[in-house]
Design a protein around this ligand. Structure first.
Ligand SMILES: NC(=O)C1=CN([C@@H]2O[C@H](COP(=O)(O)OP(=O)(O)OC[C@H]3O[C@@H](n4cnc5c(N)ncnc54)[C@H](OP(=O)(O)O)[C@@H]3O)[C@@H](O)[C@H]2O)C=CC1
Ligand SMILES: [Mg+2]
Length: 353
C-alpha cells in the first residue's frame, strides 16, 4: 500500500526520498506487485493507466511514417470510446495489467472484440492487426508488451470455467489469476517451457525444417519440455528424438517469451555433438529435413532480409528467421563465437548419472 501511495505522490520531496530509497526498477516491480495483490489499488490505477486495445486478440496498431506503434490510450479517452459504443464503463475491469512506465504509469490491455471492428478502427484512426504480423513490425518495447498482453487475454478467455467444479471463474482486477468462488481453486496464467537448441559439431551447425515452416526457411531445433524433465534432459531428448544425435555438452544462452501459437517460454541453448558421430537421422514425424551448415552459409543467411530472401535467387537456397526470433540470436552467437563453442569452454559438461 505504501509503495503504491508513494508512487502516486506528487510532492518533489517525497519523490526524492522515495528515489533515494529504491531504484526505479525496484520501485516499478513493487508497484506492479501491489496492483496484482490488491484489487482496490488496481481499480484506482485505472485512472492513471494507459490502455492497449485488442480486437479478438489482434492488437491495435498505427503507422507513423516508416514506424509501427501500438498506441496506448488514457482512461478518459477509453471512457469516451465506450460511451460512444454504448458500453458500460465497467468494461474497463476486464483489462489485464501488462506493465508500467519508468514513472509507474500502469499499462493495461483490453479486448473490445464484442464491438464493431471497422467502426472502432475509424474512431481510433488505426487498425487491428493479427499479432503474427504486428509482432514483426513493432519495436522491442511495444512488441514485448503486446505479446504479453495477448498471451494474458488468451489465457483468460480459455480459462473462464473451473476444471474441478465447472463453475465460472473470476479474474482478479490485474488479471494475474482467476479464482473459482465455489471451490476456492486458484488458476494462474501459464506458459509452456520450450527448449530451442543450436547444435554444433564444432565446425558446422545444424538447422532444421518443419513441414509447416514457410518455404525455404530453416531454424534451430526446438521442443516442449516434458513434465518432470530438467532443461538439460529436454535438450538431450529432443536432439536424440528429432535428429538421432547425442549431445555431449551444452550451455544456456538466453530466453524469450514466444506468443505463437500459445504462450511459450523459449529457453535457448547451444549444444555440442561429437564430430565423429554427427550423421543425422531425421525423425520424419517431427521434421521435414535437417542439415549441417557452415559458418559462412549461416553468416550469409543472417545478413539477408527474410522477406527478400524468399525471392532471392543467389547462391543460398535457404533463409533463417528474422532478428525478433531467438533462433536468429542463437545463430548470430554461433557465427561470432564458433571457436568458443569448439573448445566447449563455456558449455557445461553433461553430468554423469
Ligand atoms: N522463437 C523462435 O525462434 C522459435 C519458436 N518456436 C516455437 O517453439 C514451439 C515448440 O516447437 P516444436 O519444435 O514444434 O515442438 P516439439 O518438437 O515438442 O513438437 C511439437 C508437438 O508437440 C506437441 N505439443 C504441442 N503443444 C505442446 C505443449 N504445450 N506441451 C507438450 N507438447 C506439445 C504437439 O503434438 P500433438 O499435436 O501431436 O499433440 C506438437 O505437434 C512452437 O510453439 C514454436 O512456435 C520454434 C522454433 C523457433
Ligand atoms: Mg520440434
Amino acid at each position: 500500500m505504501l509503495i503504491a501511495s508513494l508512487c502516486r505522490m506528487g510532492s518533489r520531496r517525497s519523490s526524492y526520498l522515495y528515489y533515494r530509497l529504491n531504484s526505479t526498477y525496484i520501485r516499478r516491480m513493487r508497484y506492479l506487485f501491489e496492483l496484482k495483490e490488491d484489487d482496490d489499488i488496481c481499480k484506482q490505477a485505472y485512472n492513471s493507466g494507459s490502455f492497449f486495445l485488442f480486437y479478438k486478440l489482434s492488437p491495435f496498431v498505427q503507422q507513423e511514417g516508416e514506424m509501427w506503434l501500438a498506441p496506448r490510450i488514457n482512461v478518459s479517452d477509453l471512457k469516451r470510446l465506450l460511451k460512444k459504443f454504448k458500453e458500460s464503463e465497467e468494461r474497463i475491469e476486464e483489462s489485464m495489467l501488462v506493465g508500467c512506465s519508468e514513472v509507474c504509469t500502469p499499462y493495461f490491455a483490453l479486448d473490445l472484440g464484442s464491438l464493431e471492428k471497422s467502426a472502432l478502427e475509424s474512431e481510433l484512426n488505426g487498425s487491428f492487426r493479427e499479432l503474427r504480423k504486428a509482432f514483426f513490425l513493432l519495436e522491442e518495447e511495444d512488441r514485448s508488451l503486446i505479446s504479453k498482453a495477448q498471451a494474458l487475454l488468451r489465457w483468460h478467455d480459455n480459462n473462464r470455467y473451473c476444471s474441478k467444479t465447472g463453475q465460472p471463474t473470476v479474474k482478479n482486477l490485474a488479471g494475474s489469476k482467476r479464482v473459482c468462488p465455489s471451490s476456492g481453486a486458484i488458476y494462474y496464467p501459464q506458459m509452456a517451457p520450450v527448449v530451442i537448441i543450436l547444435v554444433t559439431d564444432g565446425s558446422r551447425c545444424l538447422l532444421v525444417r518443419q513441414a509447416s515452416f514457410p518455404k525455404g526457411m530453416y531454424s534451430a531445433l526446438s521442443g516442449f519440455c516434458d513434465v518432470g524433465e530438467t532443461l538439460e534432459e529436454t535438450v538431450r531428448r529432443e536432439v536424440a528424438e528429432e535428429v538421432g544425435l547425442e549431445v555431449d555438452s551444452l550451455c544456456y544462452s538466453s530466453s524469450q517469451h514466444w506468443p505463437f501459437p500459445n504462450s511459450s517460454l523459449m529457453i535457448a541453448c547451444h549444444a555440442v555433438v561429437d564430430p565423429q558421430r554427427s550423421m543425422i537421422n531425421v525423425n520424419k514425424q517431427e521434421l521435414e529435413t535437417a542439415q549441417w551448415f557452415s559458418n559462412e552459409e549461416v553468416e550469409e543467411a543472417l545478413r539477408m532480409e527474410p522477406k527478400l530472401s524468399k525471392e532471392q535467387t543467389g547462391s543460398l537456397s535457404f533463409w533463417v528467421p528474422p532478428k525478433q526470433a531467438i533462433a536468429h540470436q542463437l545463430m548470430q552467437e554461433w557465427v561470432k563465437n564458433t571457436f568458443h563453442i569448439v573448445q566447449k569452454s563455456s558449455c557445461q559438461s553433461w553430468p554423469q548419472i
